[in-house]
Design a protein around this ligand. Sequence first.
Ligand code: SAM
Ligand code: SF4
Length: 332
Amino acid sequence: MQAAPLVDGFGRVHDNLRIGVTDRCNIRCFYCMPETGVEFVERREILSFEEIERFARIAVGLGITKLRVTGGEPLVRRGLPVLIRRLAAIPGVRDLALTTNGVLLEALAGPLYEAGLRRLNVHLDTLDRGRFRQIARRDDLDKVLAGLEAARRLGYTTIKLNVVAVKNLIEPDIVLLARFGRERGFEVRYIEFMPLDAQNLWDRGKVLLADEIIAILSREIAPLQPVPDPDPRAPATEYAFADGIGKVGFIASISRPFCGNCNRLRLTADGKLRYCLFALEEDDVKAPLRSGASDEDIAALIRSNVARKWAGHEINSSKFVAPPRAMNAIGG
Ligand code: SAM
Ligand code: SF4
């Protein structure tokens, strides 16, 4: 018998699970991690592939159909294609995607494709080597570009570029990245800088807003027209260039919060279930997974987490409190 869907107190149906597979990363984007002195979770506290797969199967039994693997940097987790193969094989999974910084993608794009992955989001804020180094505190732009090219040659169905929109920093890249995407068939998604950085650097004045980017792209490339969304619950709003070449998307968490449509849950690498990126509470699933809990017990835990989900983040109010975990440890 099909289980009842995962509906929260506001009527939002949850069908999307993001899985953090590590909190570690091989670069150090300033809007996510500090440059030095990061304390990572001990390896034994990180969920095994078996634990992740079991949790995902139970969640899929409750109506989850979309999985996204993320981190930290998921490609630093050894043997990741093995996990991808297992997740792709779960009956009921209709969509499996991966978010990566692309640094290790050149070698892994093939094994991941063979394992069943078809959708990639590759994080790329700039095509300028100096600015890449300034943002990521590593000199790895060429590796990311090589990884993207490898993925493109393999024929991934969707490759999107994630650009974190930080004001007074990435303006010179906005048009260049959109052109880069249009030439290669990558959809660029501009993500408004959110208060999830480990060093509390965020303030409203540092956010480059979606409307400002739309104005720049419309002026410099071609007018942008909103695209009717096939999935209105997806966080990005999409626009097409009026000349018919390519699309861009905006994740405007600050200027156009989309909490009212949220369908997402998050499992952190250390086995905590979160109903929101910004949640201040989380449920431990690792201890139950490791101490003989039944599938029904885990399912009840997921239902209880969803039932407690709040209406949404309060970034635009004085009540906002940043979560104690930074983006790399939540699973962005
Ligand atoms: N390491 C992978 C990566 O960078 O894509 C996956 C994890 S990362 C936390 C997921 C996404 O979060 C990144 O693609 C980046 O665009 C986004 N991100 C990180 N910090 C952010 C912040 N403070 N505000 C908005 N987006 C952020
Ligand atoms: Fe690493 Fe991704 Fe965070 Fe950048 S955004 S530091 S690539 S986890």
